[in-house]
Design a binder for this molecule. Structure first.
Ligand SMILES: Cc1ncc(COP(=O)(O)O)c(C=O)c1O
Length: 387
């Protein structure tokens, strides 16, 4: 078992070792980690709903009606009425015919890609797609053709070279570590011209982008133009569980073919009840979304003014690029000492030499919070020669 210690020592030397931070209160903009109060700027809880009383009430009600466990996989004993309601509601929200719920977004991606494609397929995949897409592509056995990040010329070039009847373009809607939005309008054009299926994973667009919060597909006005839309209830919707929406036949097909759907115990009715309530809130409340995106624009401009290297983002995710992994970690630690929790994201989650602070904003962050964060970022950044 020497290889284990060798690996652990290697990642420690490279500044890539990871450990947990344990929350000791519910997760909101001010939260408690190891009993220490910090300003949270690292969570995917973009609309600050994780501790919302309305969601707690929905959970409580579901417990008293349905109990806590689901008792089996969806096709055996794991489906209660709430699962059915949520599938209908998410399909409607996304403007699709039907939906299927998976236990996580990760499982939705691997289950869908492996159900759809095999060795006869060619999958065009953005180089910065999420790990769950990458793993789905690998597991499927399809020929995977990687195109440069959001680069349509490169994608077009690859499409010309790799001809075939069974082809799929797959992309994140919002890139989880960079925060930018895929050019879905152009991708759809290319896909239609070349008769290629499209799949978009909108984990970070759902609840954040679009007039109704339906995500990047709504942002581009492309409802009905994407063949397969994946998402998760675990980010802005503050719950858990992945989903796929699309045509009725696609969803029926996945119910019979997606192994990560078939062979796993269903999500608890409690989780489903929370997602149901959360969807209502997100649909009906536009203001928090507007505030969130305003926060992001304002904060990015201020960071750039201070001299930080910040990627362009029109979402809640702000990538502050450091480069060196150990330095990124050190900056994150210093900020934690100053009362701010922002995680350092390092390889293999991001490419080598692009380690970063992944700052995520919430709709409830106000200017006072953000000014406090800027002041501490400036101090820590100067101490570490980042700015
Ligand atoms: C783009 C993307 N897709 C899928 C997932 C997986 O979703 P889940 O956390 O629900 O498994 C994530 C996040 O973890 C993600 O960022």
């Amino acid at each position: 078992m020497d290889f284990i210690d060798e690996h652990l020592n290697h990642i420690k030397d490279k500044g890539l070792y990871r450990d947990f931070k344990f929350f000791t209160s519910s997760q909101s903009k001010y939260t408690s980690i190891d009993n220490r109060r910090v300003l949270l700027m690292a969570s995917n809880n973009y609309l600050d709903l994780c501790a919302d009383d309305r969601l707690k009430e929905a959970a409580e009600k579901a417990i008293y009606t349905y109990g806590v466990g689901s008792g089996g996989s969806r096709l055996i004993t794991g489906s209660c009425k709430l699962h059915d309601q949520l599938e209908k509601k998410i399909a409607d929200f996304k403007g699709a015919e039907a939906a299927i719920i998976f236990n996580t977004g990760y499982m939705a991606n691997i289950g869908t890609i492996t159900a759809i494609s095999d060795q006869e397929w060619i999958i065009f995949s953005d180089e910065l797609n999420h790990a769950s897409i990458i793993d789905g592509c690998r597991l499927s056995g399809a020929k995977v053709v990687i195109y440069k990040h959001c680069n349509l010329d490169h994608l077009q070039e690859k499409i010309k070279i790799h001809q075939g009847k069974k082809r799929l373009i797959v992309t994140d809607g919002v890139f989880s570590m960079d925060g930018d939005i895929a050019p879905l309008d152009k991708i759809v054009e290319l896909a239609k011209e070349n008769k290629i299926l499209t799949m978009v994973d909108d984990a970070h667009g759902t609840g954040v982008l679009g007039d109704n919060g339906a995500g990047s597909v709504e942002h581009f006005n492309l409802k009905g133009d994407i063949d397969i839309q994946v998402g998760t209830f675990s980010k802005a919707l503050a719950s858990e569980g992945g989903f796929v929406v699309g045509s009725k036949s696609l969803i029926e097909y996945l119910r019979h073919k997606a192994r990560s759907f078939i062979y796993s115990t269903a999500l608890s009715p409690v989780t489903i009840a929370v997602s149901l309530r959360s969807l209502d809130i997100v649909k009906n409340e536009r203001e928090p979304r507007v505030k969130l995106l305003e926060n992001s624009k304002w904060f990015q401009a201020k960071l750039r003014k201070l001299g930080f290297n910040v990627l362009e983002s029109k979402t809640a995710i702000i990538a502050l690029i450091i480069g060196n992994a150990a330095k990124a970690r050190k900056l994150s630690e210093k900020l934690f000492e100053e009362g701010i929790f922002i995680t350092a994201i390092r390889p293999p989650t991001v490419p080598d030499n692009t380690s970063r602070l992944r700052i995520t904003l919430m709709s409830t962050h106000n200017r006072k919070d953000l000014k406090f964060a800027l002041e501490r970022l400036k101090k820590a950044g100067m101490e570490l020669d980042v700015i």
